[in-house]
Design a protein around this ligand. Structure first.
Ligand code: F58
Length: 754
């Protein structure tokens, strides 16, 4: 197509020209062009259709992703260059959809991309949050949460004009359906992400994210994960969940009928996937709707079990949702009798109380309901699936061994290599051709360039360019200066104690003290962290305060600042990740072994040529197997050791603090006057106390090994040729982590779409 002509026409309608238009106007013209093209494309077809239910779809900005998949990104870039702008500048006018939180939501977005790219019939089902996950403000040295409005007058949302009536306890509420189109990679397919919304949404609160949680009719789709520290907040989450699944289930049955099939044929023509426990009520809702259509309870339950699959994303017991039956009675009385019947059915299969759907306190265990009434249950990395089967879900795995499997997570290389690192993508293509764009496993062809000093040099130069660009972006967007010649050591992910950003803080203190003593490194180090903390998670917010204070202390110390920087990137999101990941030298994946189900940033960093510094946790285990021990920096206790320590209640941080003088010095520095003076002393002191009194995720246990291995890693950086070789192996082996591979496995073992 003639892109220049198309854009010029649209811009003329807007009263301007390609040369005279602002980037914002060009963005609108491109948005309209893409939407027009996609309206003419068709969804994938097949005998069975997948509905992927998820509370989050962290899709990221969509302009570039759509252009890449339509095969137009390079042409658009050329046209824009001829008119004095760039795609990067234009896409900066696109607000990032605020529809997700972390890995779980980003995984769902990668999956939609792969499902469409593989030409499989499958749509996403979620909610259209207006102010989404909060925007993070760090200007006062602590995290403050602000609304994150992202829906502009012209956006990717398509009003379908369709709505479904959701039968809440207080009466029916219309769920209006908006769609975002999901094009496959150069295959003419467009699937859909369906986002349900209330008809009259509340305006954003003037400041902060506190709002009237009782005003469900208007506020239901305001925020993702409304504060659940009180009953109103918890109830609102149940309202959100039932709204999503009831509307989604009605959509499924309407489309089934349109396709000419009877409700009893649901399992033959539909696959439903439950992404974590937020959509679990789709099970009783589908049973209820089938019963309304004349199917007996037992048959309906069987049909639904054969239709549904469930993915678990965590072994942290506190993260497995449970809801008091009283809440469900208030929100969704229609499914209450169904849940009691499902509980009875499960009890007929086993008398093991540990796996009951409803416990003795009349509390519903969502994951338990999922496992009993899905035909497939999976973990998200080999180690995680093994821990599920051997310990966390052992009674279930004994009851239903055939249901359990692993599906190691993946990422879409369209966004996480072609989109965010075009320089590396073209270097790779120049070297091995472009088959890897359709089949990421072909990246292994790069191994034939191992030992080619010229190629390795070019690889290193791409990284240098990306570091320069990141430095410019940080200056422009976040008002932060970094030295592009320093080592970029990056940890970006949700803020959580198990991910151990607090251990990274200990390293920063150790390094600071080393430099103060005259032990300056070979080369400056830039530590970058980015993370949002859940609004009610005090210790996570405290850790942010500690890192901010440390960053200030280091920056203000003229002896240390030339050698060390600690940058905390405000409001970490997909867009920030797209700038940070291509520029990373070291990828921090330092969770306590056994606690990170998989991780997916580890895969993105690897594909972009960063070396992993990590524990043998989640998918790090598979990364280590793929690249070999010489191409990864591993440290810390094994998952077996950690599980043993928990089982025997055999870890006392106080003892570590008493026995290890050097570590005690680092820890005590947290409460030093110079650090306390540079941040919120209350928050910082709480982190200190937690380290010594609790340290539930054993940061002190692994801290020494962490510091030692990190130092070895940073020293290795100086042999640039050897480092480049390691990066090459990492990129070459990253193809395993394509979400296309993951989706093929889901389809082969669970969905059977074609
Ligand atoms: C993440 N979970 C896992 N949860 O932590 C990560 O290991 C895994 O790679 C990823 O899922 C994809 O499988 C995750 O992101 C959440 O964000 C929770 C959602 C509900 C509220 C608490 C956080």
């Amino acid at each position: 197509m003639d892109i220049e002509k198309n854009l010029s026409q649209t811009l003329a309608e807007m009263g301007t020209t390609l040369d005279g238009a602002t980037n914002a106007q060009i963005f609108c013209a491109l948005l309209r062009m893409v939407r027009d093209l996609e309206t003419e494309m068709k969804p994938a077809e097949g005998n069975r259709k997948l509905y992927y239910f998820s509370a989050e779809f962290l899709v990221g900005r969509l302009l570039r992703a759509n252009l890449v998949n339509l095969g137009l990104a390079d042409d658009v870039e050329r046209v824009l260059a001829a008119h004095g702008t760039t795609l990067a500048a234009v896409e900066d006018c696109e607000p990032e959809p605020s529809l997700g939180n972390g890995g779980l939501g980003r995984l769902a977005a990668c999956f939609l991309d792969s499902i469409a790219s593989l030409g499989l019939p499958g749509d996403g089902v979620g909610l259209n949050y207006h102010y989404g996950l909060f925007r993070q403000d760090l200007s006062e040295g602590v995290q403050r949460e602000e609304p994150n409005p992202w829906i502009a007058p012209e956006s990717w949302l398509i009003d379908t004009g369709t709505s479904f009536s959701v039968p809440f306890g207080f009466g029916p509420l219309a769920a209006h359906m908006y769609d975002i189109e999901v094009p496959g990679y150069e295959n003419g397919v467009v699937n859909r992400l369906h986002l349900f919304d209330v008809e009259e949404p509340s305006p954003a609160p003037a400041r902060g994210i506190a709002f009237d949680k009782g005003d469900v009719r208007h506020g239901l789709t305001s925020f993702l994960y409304p504060d659940d520290s009180d009953d109103a907040g918890r109830l609102l989450r149940v309202y959100q969940q039932y709204f999503m699944v009831s509307a989604g289930a009605q959509l499924i049955l309407a489309e089934l009928e349109e396709r000419g099939f009877a409700p009893k044929e649901l399992d033959r023509h539909v696959a439903v996937h439950i992404n974590d426990t937020h959509p679990s009520m789709v099970i009783p809702e589908l049973v209820r709707l089938l019963m309304e259509r004349g199917i007996e309870f037992e048959d309906a339950a069987k049909i639904v079990e054969r239709t549904c699959g469930y993915t678990n994303h965590t072994i942290l017991a506190e993260a497995l949702e449970t809801w008091p039956m009283g809440y469900i009675e208030q929100v969704a009385p229609g499914i209450v009798p169904v849940i009691y019947q499902l509980d009875a059915l499960a009890r007929a299969r086993t008398d093991d109380e540990r796996v009951a759907v409803i416990d003795g306190n009349d509390v519903v265990h969502m994951a338990n309901m999922d496992v009993h009434f899905s035909h497939a249950v999976n973990g998200v990395a080999a180690l995680h699936a093994q821990i599920l089967v051997e310990s966390e879900m052992r009674p279930f795995a004994e009851l239903y061994p055939e249901k359990f499997s692993n599906k190691t997570n993946g990422i879409t290389f369209r966004r996480w290599l072609m989109g965010c690192n075009p320089e590396l993508a073209s270097l790779v293509t120049d070297a091995i051709g472009d088959d890897w764009k359709r089949d990421a496993s072909r990246l292994e062809d790069l191994l034939s360039l191992s030992g080619d000093a010229g190629f390795v040099q070019r690889l290193l130069r791409v990284k240098e360019g990306n570091k320069e660009r990141l430095a410019a972006w940080l200056r422009a967007e976040k008002n932060v200066e970094v030295d592009p010649h320093s080592i970029f050591d990056i940890q970006v992910k949700r803020m959580h104690q198990y991910k151990r950003q607090q251990m990274n803080a200990l390293y920063a203190i150790w390094k600071y003290l080393q430099i103060k003593r005259g032990n300056v490194p070979n080369r400056p180090l830039t530590m970058v962290l980015g993370a949002k903390a859940a609004p009610a998670y005090t210790l996570a917010k405290d850790t942010i305060a500690l890192l901010l204070a440390l960053g200030r202390l280091i920056a203000e110390d003229p002896e240390v600042a030339p050698w060390l920087r600690l940058v905390f990137v405000e409001n970490y999101n997909v867009t920030a990740a797209e700038h940070l990941i291509p520029a990373a030298d070291v990828s921090e994946q330092i969770s306590l072994a056994s606690k990170e189900a998989s991780g997916t940033s580890n895969m993105k960093f690897m594909a972009n040529g960063a070396l992993t510094l990590g524990t043998l946790d989640g998918a790090n285990v598979e990364i280590a197997e793929l690249v070999g021990r010489e191409n990864i920096y591993l440290f810390g206790r094994s998952s077996e050791d950690v599980i043993g320590l928990y089982d025997r209640c055999d870890y006392r941080p106080w003892d570590v603090w008493q026995a290890d003088g050097e570590l005690a010095e680092i820890l005590d520095f947290i409460c030093s006057p110079e650090l306390l003076a540079r941040g919120d002393a209350g928050c910082i002191t709480r982190v200190y106390r937690d380290f010594i009194a609790k340290d539930y995720f054993m940061a002190l246990l692994d801290a020494r090994d962490y510091v030692a291995v990190k130092e070895r890693c940073l020293a290795d950086y100086e042999d640039r040729a050897a480092w480049g070789e390691k990066a090459l192996v990492n990129i070459a082996k990253s193809g395993f982590f394509s979400s296309d591979r993951t989706i093929r496995e889901y389809n082969r073992d669970i969905w059977h779409l074609s």
